[in-house]
Design a binder for this molecule. Structure first.
Ligand SMILES: NC(=O)c1ccc[n+]([C@@H]2O[C@H](COP(=O)([O-])OP(=O)(O)OC[C@H]3O[C@@H](n4cnc5c(N)ncnc54)[C@H](OP(=O)(O)O)[C@@H]3O)[C@@H](O)[C@H]2O)c1
Length: 286
């Protein structure tokens, strides 16, 4: 069986990879952060020397977008220095690297869906650290796929769907930003895409994967509550009404045409993917 080394195996995407790898014919090894810290060159080298790996999938990241504004060095260490170490260590051993990145590398001023070749211009410390990580991966290991995704939700960890379900049960009214548009995406579908790429025909470079369609955070909140049968009203507000430490792109919709062309991966509508996540959370008692 082909072995995959996965960092960030306790996160949303990492958890889904662990659940799905065997179905794709992979044996997955997912060390915890204490076993494999992204800041430790020695630990990374040691793991890479352990087995003949088919590929490494780097899902580990500092993902606290607002907190990153006050901890930019930590965000850089995990999201840029770590990937740099992994990329160079994998290249030395001729191991392919799949690296997960974000829509927040864009500034949101484009009127249309973002293509992979569009210029990056992150608005905040998190986006800047992820953009630096992308550059490190491109420079460190020619045999790479960078998969940018967005608005990740799943039954695990912290995410917008879980927050809305919780607040929808607690408050008489939710006020949610309606002037940021993106592509809600399930971690399970991202994991499927990564496993298809890992088993795929060798195209390298930067790709986008998100579920199909688009939404504002307010659209997403209304969908989640309706699906869960919670009738709390959701009031649409603007970004200006809800100030946060980090600026976020007004438009971070990603085009997935390149991934469809090179890997034959066709994302399903976000409503189907997010609907499954809501159903799992409601059935499981959240
Ligand atoms: N969440 C989103 O909405 C979103 C949007 C766009 C792109 N992305 C990207 O998608 C990828 C996966 O995101 P996610 O939502 O699955 O993340 P997540 O749930 O926040 O999980 C992050 C993972 O990284 C690990 N980690 C953090 N610092 C580490 C370190 N120093 N060394 C080793 N491991 C470390 C965490 O381990 P612990 O469990 O020990 O903390 C956890 O397993 C990331 O690259 C992220 O930037 C996410």
């Amino acid at each position: 069986m082909k072995r995959l080394l996965v960092t960030g195996g306790t996160g949303q995407v990492g958890t889904e990879l662990r659940l799905r790898a065997a179905r794709h014919g992979f044996e997955l090894v997912a060390p915890t952060r204490s076993e494999l810290d992204l800041g430790s060159t020695c630990a990374i080298e040691r793991f890479l020397d352990d087995h003949p790996w088919h590929a490494v999938i780097n899902c580990a990241a500092y993902t606290a977008v607002d907190k990153a504004e006050s901890e930019p060095d930590l965000a850089q260490a995990v999201n840029a220095v770590g990937p740099d170490i992994i990329a160079r260590a994998a290249a030395k051993r001729a191991i392919r690297l799949l690296h997960v990145s974000t829509d927040y590398v864009f500034d949101g001023t484009k009127q249309d869906f973002y293509e992979e070749s569009d210029p990056v211009a992150p608005l905040g410390a998190y986006g800047a650290s992820k953009e630096a990580g992308e550059r490190a991966v491109r420079q460190g290991n020619a045999d790479h796929v960078i998969l940018r995704t967005a608005w990740v939700v799943s039954p695990h960890g912290n995410n917008f769907v879980k927050t809305m379900l919780r607040l929808g049960g607690e408050r008489p009214l939710l006020r949610v930003v309606d002037d940021q548009r993106g592509c809600p995406t399930s971690a399970g579908d991202i994991a499927e895409a990564l496993l298809t790429i890992a088993g795929g025909h060798g195209h390298i470079g930067t790709y986008h994967f998100v579920n199909a369609g688009e939404a504002s955070w307010c659209d997403l909140a209304r969908f989640v509550l309706a699906r869960a049968g919670i009738d709390t009203p959701v009031e649409a507000i603007t970004t200006a009404d809800y100030p946060t430490p980090a600026r976020r792109p007004a438009n971070s919709r990603l085009s997935t045409a390149k991934l469809q062309r090179d890997y034959g991966i066709v994302p399903r509508p976000w409503q189907d993917a997010v609907g499954e996540v809501v159903d799992a959370l409601v059935k499981g008692g959240m």
